[in-house]
Design a protein around this ligand. Sequence first.
Ligand code: 9MR
Length: 361
Amino acid sequence: MDGLGRQLHGTDNQVRRRDMLVGLPIFASSLLAFDHAQSVGATTRERFAGKPKLGTAVRKEDVADQAIARIIADNFSIVSPERDLKMSVTWPNRSKYDFSGFDTIYRFAQRTGLRVRGHTLIWHNSVPGWSRAAVSVSRPQMYRLIEGYAGALGRYAFCSWDVVNEALADASGKGDLRDSFWLRSLGENYIAEIFAIARSIHPSTPLIYNDYGLEFGGFKQQAALRLLRRLVDKGVPISGLGLQSHLFARDNPAFPSLWRFVENVTALGIGIYITELDISSKYVADHRNDEDIDLATERTLNAYLSCFAGARIREITTWGVTDRHSWLNPQGHLRQRPLPFDANGRPKRMWTAIENLAVDR
Ligand code: 9MR
């Protein structure tokens, strides 16, 4: 293809990716007007070779929306299942797994050449459907059941896997671990045991401990460090820490203890993953002006990312693509602007801050 052809139609890679998207239905509900001009020239995905890999969360419904699918294919190289790989969805009864929703995402990823995150194996907020019934399962039985379930995930390739999610308590009180169904049924040592199971299923996938609220210092940050140290010292096969990064836009953002935390985590020899990035506008909403909110959001993200200078972030996953699909805007209302693309699929300042990483790092 000559120079002009490239300008008009994009690079061969882009054309190939678009071809792969042909045939996806455009949902009538989709209000996204995708601007083809946006994708002319090297895509973000192409420019990020060798940089942190960019990912985004998707729901099975999203991948059938051609506009969303195209933003993903042009800009990201990883997708993370926002809901569809959680036990509450995939494990309705003891002897039956249902990965149909996740398979929709997985097939989309395969068609478009994207990698997939495993999210998430053990989470207090996502217990299997059957466990809510009054069945009594002994501890060894429960481990066997989890081994079986994790084994069923062996057929998928993950670029990284959130093996244990949100196991830490939010505040000091009765120890560092959250009082949860899993702690009670699997016992104090469950995080180490679950990582060992995950490793036996996926021998070389990066295995991640993932949590929220570690970005702001305080008890939880310290507890995370204690937990990670313990796991690493015991030789537990953990590869990285997932910082969920549900942040809050501020006019004067500061993350005072974060750089030291990042340094301490990196010194343990494990990787850093940003796994669920979004930036709530809750505390700047009184500006009422989208531009002001987006400016505070961009500033917040830049201040946040500056704490990682010197550390290698392996992946940055945003918790959704457009503001319309954020969990912070339930039922489609648009009170918040937490994601890199606006409700019409246009990139915002937050996206520019992410893209600048391709230049800076
Ligand atoms: O954003 C997700 C929301 O759509 C789901 O209803 C919910 C339950 O599956 O999970 C949300 O994602 C959570 C993630 O899995 C773990 N960290 C917090 C996220 C926001 O609640």
